[in-house]
Design a protein around this ligand. Sequence first.
Ligand code: SF4
Length: 78
Amino acid sequence: PYVIGAECIDTTDMSCVDECPVDCIYEGDRKLYINPKECIDCGACEPVCPVEAIAQDRRVSDENEPHIADNRRFFVEP
Ligand code: SF4
């Protein structure tokens, strides 16, 4: 799945939300999150992000590596 990194924090531009064909991008308190179980890996969200916060999990920068787990945690039922 695709993952949203630190660049999104306090940005939440929302352009990606409009692009996603399966509506799997959700709004948190300070950033957006991609549901890894719903993402179909289409890549449509990546080029529209103005702060380049989105990448496929296999290509995520070292700095954004923790966001893979963070994105997943966001969707775990309490
Ligand atoms: Fe949605 Fe496609 Fe981006 Fe996954 S890769 S979050 S399905 S737009």
